[in-house]
Design a binder for this molecule. Structure first.
Ligand code: C6P
Length: 439
């Protein structure tokens, strides 16, 4: 499992706090050539080249089984859920609720009623800010975030802070992309109500010591929200072991369809939270004088949900379970270790984030010292290599690193060392396009 637990004291933000992360192992985990065959899109050619898809942190590709699950629903039992009494409605409702059980098991969230389907991580965090935050935060209360947060874990808290008058405090990072855990205690006090932070940085790849931070927050009576968008696809998640009170993730980054997100919340918190959206299916009774709410989780799922996508998410979990999350983690560790090794060969490149592959998921941000990342992304695309270039929706992090943008390659279950070689080759080719030296 990713580095969720630590018994070590909170010390300086350095590798020492991450020592319990398992060492990379040989790439024995996955049969990648077999896996590639399950993803129809990987048969595509881009500019006459084999597609090398390295933008998985934005969204992953989908296996045939997920595509089939969605198509089977529409062609076989398309119906709304929780409403009809006919056969199609019963089948659709059963498949929808079955997916909820699978998600709960996948993140060790014991009670499926603690799982709310949203549209994505962004909506999950906004739900917490609205439904929990507006009831529990008051002027001068404090929320602690980190300098490596995605905008989705910054802006909802700013909106809340503006409305209720609470304050946001920010845990800094080291220059090599670790959280400054030595400063965490300085930020926590009896006014801290929430510590909201990412499990894995989408721009640096850093894996944060989740349990250690959660324990520190709980000691001060604060709750913990974990942004699991970049952690959940890459290793087993255990919300209990992490010490989460709220856990948000986006299954579209984990082989699932776009259109469905997940929020897990401690059941006792969920029971007393206010609804997020009002409308059909989230009510017990409605009159023009007042309305009362359905039981959780339906209280938080107003209107017709993205049924096909939820069913597709169930199929994605089946696929991940078959591969085994430990195997996925081992595979990505081997791929990222090889990637860092290869990128270090390139004298014209600056690589950001932890040097030690054990402290990263399968993701690396870098810049060619002479080529703008957007130009770089465009040129490597001509070689079939899809990477992301930009600020990665983490502008405060870019600012902290003194950058405007970076290029980013992010790997998943269907990527292998050959894909890394294709990236490196394309980076050399970009130098040639701009008539720049390669040594
Ligand atoms: N990061 C990336 O390319 P949504 O868009 O709601 O599914 O996920 C938002 C989100 C929240 N937290 C983290 C850590 C994330 O990485 C993301 C999505 C994508 O890095 C799109 S900007």
């Amino acid at each position: 499992m990713l580095n969720t637990s630590s018994t070590e004291p909170v010390v300086a933000g350095s590798a020492s706090v991450h020592e319990e992360i398992e060492a990379p192992v040989a790439d024995a985990g996955l049969d990648v050539s077999r896996i590639k065959q399950d993803f129809p899109i990987l048969q595509r050619q881009i500019f006459g080249r084999r597609l090398v898809y390295l933008d998985n942190a934005a969204t992953s590709q989908k296996p045939q089984s997920v595509i089939d699950a969605i198509s089977d629903y529409y062609s076989g039992y398309n119906s709304n859920v929780h409403r009809g009494v006919h056969t199609l409605a019963a089948e659709a409702t059963a498949a929808y609720e079955d997916a909820r059980k699978k998600v709960a098991a996948f993140i060790n969230g014991d009670d499926p009623k603690s799982i709310i389907f949203t549209r994505n991580t962004t909506e999950s965090i906004n739900l917490v800010a609205h439904s929990w935050g507006r009831r529990h935060l008051f002027p001068n209360d404090e929320i602690v975030l980190t300098a490596m947060e995605h905008h989705s874990n910054i802006v909802p808290w700013q909106l809340l802070a503006k409305d209720v008058g609470c304050k946001i405090r920010v845990l800094d990072i080291t220059d090599d992309g670790y959280l400054r855990l030595d400063r965490l205690e300085e930020l926590l006090n009896d006014k801290t109500r929430l510590v909201a932070f990412t499990h894995v940085s989408n721009a640096l790849g850093t894996i944060n010591p989740v349990r250690q931070i959660a324990d520190a927050a709980h000691t001060h009576g604060a709750l913990v929200l974990i942004d699991g968008a970049q952690g959940m696809p890459h290793d087993s998640v255990d919300v209990e072991a992490m010490g989460a009170d709220f856990f948000a993730c986006s299954p579209h980054k984990a082989l699932g369809p776009t259109g469905v997100g997940v929020l897990w919340t401690r059941r006792d918190l969920l029971e007393e939270m206010d609804p997020f959206l009002g409308g059909g299916e989230m009510i017990r009774d409605v009159s023009f004088e007042r309305s009362t709410w359905a039981a959780v989780p339906h209280k938080f799922e107003a209107g017709t949900p993205s049924i096909a996508d939820v069913i597709g998410l169930g199929a994605a979990i089946d696929y991940l379970d078959t591969l085994g999350m430990d195997n996925i983690r081992a595979h990505e560790q081997a791929v990222i270790a090889y990637t860092l090794e290869r990128l270090r060969e390139l004298p014209f490149l600056t690589v950001y984030g932890p040097d030690d592959p054990r402290h990263r998921c399968g993701l690396v941000s870098f810049n060619d010292n002479d080529i703008h990342p957007h130009d770089l992304g465009t040129v490597v695309d001509r070689h079939g290599v899809a990477i992301r270039a930009g600020h990665h929706c983490a502008k405060p992090l870019m600012h902290r690193l003194g950058l405007v943008a970076s290029a980013r390659a992010s790997f998943y279950v269907y990527n292998d060392m050959e894909d890394v070689d294709s990236l490196v080759e394309a980076l050399y080719e970009a130098r040639k396009v701009f008539d720049l030296p390669t040594t």
